[in-house]
Each structure stands twice: as structure tokens, then as C-alpha cells.
Ligand binder design. Structure first.
Ligand SMILES: [Zn+2]
Length: 446
């Protein structure tokens, strides 16, 4: 079953109104009034949401997940903490989006803020269809932010254009929640291990709303630790029939859950983990009397593609004659550096950048630093070459972009004859280097 997930701002208002600390202060009379109000508002909201769109084939579950009454083509259950496979993730982490001209200005501003926030995260990039590169074919799959009676979204990539509902009262935080669904995140409280962290108070939930609290099916993918602060977590009183808590957290106070301000660190890490690629790099240098050639090969060994890849190549005292490589775009040489970019690198593929240089280059001066907005999911296999290393730009790992560095000399004279002696020489240098490092470490430890 395909799904669209909705998180009505109205629910949040009600949730805030009936948050645990406030609920304790309410008199019995106010509780009763609130209960009646809540019940009536939820009923009204459900009916207005149903009227808002042609819902002959659509329905909402868990308050804000849009689902189709049709069985999914793949037959894959998508109701999980995140999607279980890569097939419903966004290709190369690029999410093309459009904005319905009917969307009010305030909502457009809220959407822009939500998009900007998610775009800081490694792995995913939301690109406006208005900014789509003119040379590139229009994307087949995209999302459209459009007016709706609530905030709601499908979970993951459906294929084609899919809707994200933005009601007038949806804040940038609740739109961030919906984008979380777009990227493939499910509600945190549906995790299969949730009973260790929360209690569902079934008696406080209307019978026809209890399905919103079902545990995700077996096989769903759990990412990281249970995250009370997730922007994908329900508040303590969502779908309450009597004003009492529907979710009671076991390890934190109730006011921690249900925030709709920004994605938590756990949310960012989960998305970065979902969209991680597996990058590695090899640089080769060929020189002869006619000139030199530097090639940079970047490979991605995972099915998930990467986006926004930049390479800085140091070419020493030589001069760049030309650059070549499918999809590569290089700037002019600045001092000894040539900077090139590749907008995306598909899953299970590689790309080659070739720089033609004037004169003989000193191969020891050639280095390449590769950065990708997409995190490198496996840092153990980057050493396709000597001296290849990862340089994280920030201390924490997965939500940050990948940076790979290589300083490589593989062959001289452009002939295979020189390849193996060159490798042996480098191996010797490497072993020597390690021994020196080992001695230095011994000294430090003693
Ligand atoms: Zn939701």
C-alpha cells in the first residue's frame, strides 16, 4: 500500500493545548470542554480534509500520511520507520519540487524555509523545477506543494508528480515534517521497538483512530536510536478522544515529544544514512615528452546515487590545456588548482575526469580532493589508492558531506612498462612511511 502522511497543524495546536504539563493544570470542567472541542474539531477536520481533494483514490492514515486505496504496484509495504528499500528513495538524492501558483504567499515562505533547512543535510537536495538546468531533461518524478486542508504527504517517492498538502496554518516546522515523509521517514512512534520507549494509551484513542498507532510491519528499517525529539514523533495528545495522553513517553517528560520546529539530529542522521552513497577515488598521472594527463576516477558502489560532487585538483607548475569528462564542468586554472564539479553520480557507477596538461607534471605534486554533498556510507574502502583519506568537514559523521583526498602517482611515461615499478616504489614509500609513523607513535606512547 502506498502512503501519504499528513500532520495537521490543527493536531499540533490541540496537542499543545493538551500537553501533559498543561493538562495537569486544567480543571475537570475545562478538560470536559476541551474533550468535546477536540472531538468535534477532529471530526470536522477529517471531513474537510476529505472534501479538500478528490479523494476517490486517496485516504489519510496516521493523521497526515496520504495513502492510496489502490494496492501499490511494487506490493512493498511502505509503512515503516523508513522505507525498507532504495526503490522509493529519490534518485541520486535529488528531489525536484514545484509550488502551486494557488499557494498563499505565507505558505510559500514557510515552504522555502523548510526546503532551505533540509537542503543543509547531507545526501538530499531539493531543487526547484524553476531552477532546473536548461540542458537537462525535465525530471519524471517530483513533488508539488499545493493548498490543502491539512499538512500531508506521501511517504517516499511514488513515481510521477506527487502532492504535498500545505494548509494555511502549516508552519515551516510542520512542512519539514512532511518533507521528512517525502524523503522516506515514517512516524517515530510506529517503530517496532517503540514499546520500550512509550506507552500507547489505547483507552484515550477513538476506536476508528487507533490504526494511527499501529506498529510498522516487520521488515521496516530502523535507523538509529529511538528519538523522542524527532520531528516525526507524534505529540502526547494526538488523536485523544478525552483530552488525556494518547502517548506517554517512558524515559522523558511528555513535553519533549511532538516538536515541529526543526528535524532532530537523529532525523538528519537517518536521512543521511538512507541517502548515503559509497564513494571511492583513484587518480592517475601519465607524462611523456608531449605533455601530461591527469585522470580522476570516482566510483560509487551503492545503488543510491550521489549529488553535488566537487573536485579540486592540484597540478603543480603545469598549465591546464583542456578538461574532459561526461557531466563534468571545470573552471579556469587558478594558480596550481583546477576545480571541477559533477552534479550527480548514479548508483553503482563511476565517472572519469581527464585533465590535459602542458609539459611534464611532477606527479608527486598532483593531488585531488573530492567533496560530495552525499555522505560516504562506507569509509573503509576508500583506499583504492595510496594516501587516500577522508577529511570530514565537521566532527560528526553521517549527516555531513563526504570529503575524499588522494595524492596519487600511478604511472610515468604513459606506458604500462612503468606502472609496476611505480607501484612498487609507492608501496615502499608507504611501508617506510608507516614505519616512521609507528616509531613516532611509540615515542608518544612511551
Ligand atoms: Zn506525519
Amino acid at each position: 500500500m502506498s502512503q501519504l502522511c499528513a500532520d495537521s497543524q490543527l493536531f499540533q495546536v490541540l496537542s499543545l493545548r493538551l500537553s501533559a504539563s498543561q493538562t495537569r493544570r486544567l480543571s475537570h470542567l475545562r478538560l470536559l470542554v476541551n474533550s468535546l472541542l477536540l472531538g468535534s474539531v477532529l471530526t470536522t477536520m477529517a471531513s474537510t480534509m476529505a472534501q479538500a481533494k478528490d479523494l476517490t483514490e486517496l485516504r489519510l492514515i496516521e493523521g497526515d500520511i496520504i495513502t492510496s486505496s489502490k494496492p501499490s504496484v511494487s506490493g512493498i509495504a511502505t509503512r515503516s520507520i523508513s522505507l525498507s528499500g532504495a526503490s522509493q528513495l529519490w534518485v541520486d538524492g535529488i528531489v525536484p519540487y514545484g509550488i502551486d501558483p494557488e499557494l498563499p504567499k505565507g505558505s510559500v515562505t514557510a515552504v522555502a524555509a523548510a526546503v532551505e533547512h533540509w537542503n543543509k543535510v547531507g545526501g538530499v537536495t531539493l531543487v526547484s523545477l524553476d531552477d532546473w538546468p536548461s540542458g537537462q531533461e525535465q525530471p519524471r518524478d517530483s513533488i508539488l506543494f499545493q493548498p490543502g486542508s491539512g499538512c500531508a504527504s506521501w511517504v517516499g517517492r511514488l513515481g510521477g508528480q506527487q502532492e504535498v498538502w500545505v494548509a494555511d496554518n502549516c508552519t515551516s516546522g510542520s512542512i519539514m515534517h512532511e518533507i521528512g515523509h517525502v524523503l522516506g521517514l515514517e512516524h517515530e512512534h510506529t517503530r517496532p521497538d517503540r514499546d520500550q520507549y512509550i506507552t500507547i494509551n489505547w483507552d484515550n484513542i477513538a476506536e476508528d483512530k487507533r490504526h494511527n498507532f499501529d506498529v510498522a510491519p516487520a521488515g521496516s528499517r530502523i535507523l538509529g536510536d529511538y528519538d523522542y525529539e524527532s520531528i516525526m514523533h507524534y505529540g502526547p495528545s494526538n488523536f485523544s478522544v478525552n483530552g488525556k495522553e494518547t502517548i506517554t513517553p517512558l524515559l522523558v517528560s511528555a513535553d519533549v515529544i511532538g516538536q515541529r520546529i526543526v528535524p532532530s539530529r537523529g532525523d538528519l542522521d537517518s536521512v543521511a544514512q538512507l541517502y548515503a552513497a559509497d564513494l571511492s577515488i583513484v587518480t592517475q598521472v601519465y607524462s611523456d615528452a608531449q605533455g601530461s594527463e591527469v585522470t580522476v576516477h570516482i566510483s560509487n558502489e551503492l545503488a543510491q546515487g550521489a549529488n553535488t560532487i566537487d573536485v579540486d585538483v592540484q597540478i603543480g607548475a603545469t598549465q591546464l590545456i583542456q578538461s574532459a569528462g561526461t557531466g563534468w564542468d571545470c573552471g579556469v586554472q587558478v594558480e596550481s588548482q583546477v576545480s571541477c564539479s559533477l552534479s550527480r553520480l548514479a548508483g553503482s557507477s563511476s565517472s572519469k575526469l581527464t585533465l590535459t596538461l602542458k609539459g611534464v607534471v611532477d606527479a608527486r605534486q598532483v593531488t585531488a580532493v573530492v567533496r560530495s554533498k552525499t555522505p560516504d556510507g562506507d569509509t573503509q574502502n576508500n583506499e583504492d589508492n595510496f594516501d587516500t583519506a577522508i577529511e570530514p568537514t565537521q566532527a560528526s559523521a553521517l549527516a555531513d558531506p563526504a570529503t575524499l583526498t588522494t595524492t596519487t602517482t600511478v604511472s610515468y611515461g604513459g606506458a604500462a612498462f612503468w606502472l609496476w615499478p611505480g607501484l612498487l616504489l609507492l608501496l615502499f614509500q608507504r611501508l617506510t612511511g608507516e614505519r616512521i609513523y609507528g616509531q613516532a607513535r611509540d615515542r608518544i606512547e612511551s
